[in-house]
Design a protein around this ligand. Structure first.
Ligand code: AMP
Length: 237
C-alpha cells in the first residue's frame, strides 16, 4: 500500500527537515511546494516573477495555481507509489482539492508537527539555508558558537553537505516571519481541525531535538499506515 503522506505544521516546525529524512528512509519522493515555487522564481519566468513577489511578502500563492502544480506532480510515475507532501495543503480549499486529486488512491496519512509559537519565532529568525542545495543549516547559533571557539559547524559559512554558501531566506526576515505566522494561523491552522477526526491523523511533538522528532514521526506514520491498511477500502479518501 502506497504511503501518501502530508505534513502539517507552522513555518519553522521542522517539516522540511523531517520530510526529507522520511522520504529518503521510505524511498518515496518529497514534494515541497515551497521548493517548486522557489525554482520557478529562480528560473525568472513570468509566473516565477509573480510568485516571488507573493513569497517575499509572506503571503500565499493562489489555491488554483497551487492545486494545478500539485496535481501535475502527484500524477508523475514516481509519486504513484507514495509521497511526502511538504507545504501543501495550506488552506481548507487546497485540502478539499487534494481529496479530489487522490480520489481512488490509497488513504492519506496526516502528521501534524506541533511547536510552540515562541520557539517558532526564534527558529525562523536564526535559520540559514544553503544557497546551492536548499538544506537548512544550524543557523546563526552555529556561527556564534564557532566565533567563540565552541563546536559549531566545521565551516560556519558553508553547507555541511555540499559546501554551498549559507544565506538567510528572504522570507525569514523579521517582518516577513511575523506575516507568515499570521497567515499560518488564519489560513493553515484550521486544517488541524479539518483533519483531526480522520483515523489516519497523528500529532507529533516538534519541540524536541530533531532525532527524537524523527523517531516519533516514524512511529506515528507506521501506526497511521497500519490503520489505513487494515481499513483499506473503508477509509479511502
Ligand atoms: P515554504 O518553503 O513551504 O515555507 O513556502 C514558502 C512560500 O511559498 C510560502 O510562504 C508561500 O508564499 C509559498 N507557498 C508554498 N506552498 C504554498 C501553498 N500550498 N499555498 C500557497 N502558497 C504556498
Amino acid at each position: 500500500m502506497a504511503l501518501n503522506l502530508i505534513m502539517l505544521g507552522s513555518p519553522g516546525a521542522g517539516k522540511g527537515t523531517q520530510a526529507k529524512r522520511l522520504a529518503r528512509g521510505r524511498r518515496i519522493p518529497r514534494v515541497s511546494t515551497g521548493d517548486i515555487l522557489r525554482e520557478a522564481a529562480d528560473a525568472g519566468t513570468e509566473v516565477g516573477r509573480r510568485v516571488q513577489v507573493v513569497m517575499d511578502r509572506g503571503e500565499l500563492v493562489s489555491d488554483d495555481v497551487m492545486t494545478a502544480i500539485v496535481r501535475e506532480r502527484l500524477n508523475e510515475p514516481d509519486a504513484r507509489g507514495g509521497f511526502v507532501l511538504d507545504g501543501f495543503p495550506r488552506t481548507v480549499a487546497q485540502a478539499q482539492a487534494l481529496d479530489g486529486i487522490l480520489d481512488g488512491r490509497d488513504a492519506l496519512i496526516i502528521v501534524y508537527i506541533e511547536v510552540p509559537e515562541r520557539e517558532l519565532v526564534r527558529r525562523l529568525g536564526t535559520r540559514l539555508m544553503c544557497a546551492k542545495c536548499g538544506t537548512n543549516a544550524d543557523g546563526f547559533a552555529a556561527v556564534a558558537k564557532a566565533a567563540v571557539g565552541g563546536k559549531g559547524q566545521a565551516d560556519p559559512e558553508r553547507c555541511g553537505l555540499c559546501g554551498g554558501s549559507l544565506v538567510q531566506r528572504a522570507d525569514d526576515r523579521d517582518a516577513v516571519v511575523l506575516e507568515r505566522l499570521k497567515v499560518y494561523h488564519r489560513e493553515t491552522e484550521p486544517l488541524v481541525e479539518h483533519y483531526r477526526s480522520r483515523a489516519t491523523f497523528r500529532r507529533v511533538d516538534g519541540a524536541q531535538p530533531p532525532d527524537q522528532v524523527a523517531r516519533d514521526l516514524a512511529v506515528a506514520v507506521d501506526a497511521a499506515h497500519s490503520v489505513a491498511t487494515s481499513a483499506s477500502g473503508g477509509v479511502r479518501r
